[in-house]
Design a protein. Structure first.
Length: 195
């Protein structure tokens, strides 16, 4: 399930000591469809089609000035096989967290940051696929080179708790699933100028 997304480069204006900062920029919209292979407990690897979006991604940044934190939404489709296992466990809902490794490339410099999203309690159907929607943030970024910066989505760690009808965890407890980006896909989520 995955995840994931952007940093908005707005900097709040000046204070009483006339500190000069960058003028806040307009937010951009970013979206990427990407498929992960998630290694679920009991059933092994399952393809997990995912759409990551941000409505307040940065549209520009300034060298040395931290960008603002941005918000992102991660929608993932849970396979029918996973649904069947959840039903077998007696799970009526799931919740958890998704932590995605995000690579930021800025000229010759690269950095990797973690984007954390929360999966709210989501009902599990008796059969078929279903969608979970996680909401999270991308931390502030400080870029070092003028030119451009790009944000690429990487592998994720999914911590999921299947729950019974009364809200208690199933006997499986909270499970940690590793999700890797399937090969051959575009992983660039957003690109923006840096001045």
């Amino acid at each position: 399930m995955k995840n994931f997304a952007r940093a908005a480069a707005c900097v709040l204006a000046a204070g009483a000591l006339s500190v000069v900062t960058a003028v806040p920029s307009m937010a951009a919209t970013a979206e990427l469809n990407i498929t992960y292979s998630c290694n679920f407990t009991l059933i092994g690897a399952q393809d997990t089609p995912t759409t990551v979006t941000s409505s307040d991604a940065t549209d520009s940044a300034t060298v040395g000035v931290p960008t603002a934190v941005s918000n992102n939404t991660v929608k993932s489709t849970v396979s029918e096989s996973a649904t069947n296992v959840l039903a077998w466990l007696g799970a009526k809902s799931v919740d958890g967290t998704l932590t995605t490794q995000v690579k930021v490339t800025n000229g010759s410099a690269t950095q990797t940051v973690s984007s954390v999203a929360t999966i709210p309690n989501t009902a599990v159907p008796s059969s078929g696929t279903f969608t979970v929607t996680a909401a999270g943030t991308m931390p502030a970024l400080t870029l070092t080179e003028a030119g451009t910066a790009s944000i690429s989505l990487g592998n994720s760690e999914l911590k999921l708790t299947p729950r019974l009808a009364n809200g208690d965890p199933t006997w499986l407890g909270t499970v940690t699933n590793q999700c890797t980006v399937k090969a051959g896909q575009n992983t660039v989520f957003h690109t923006f100028p840096v001045a």
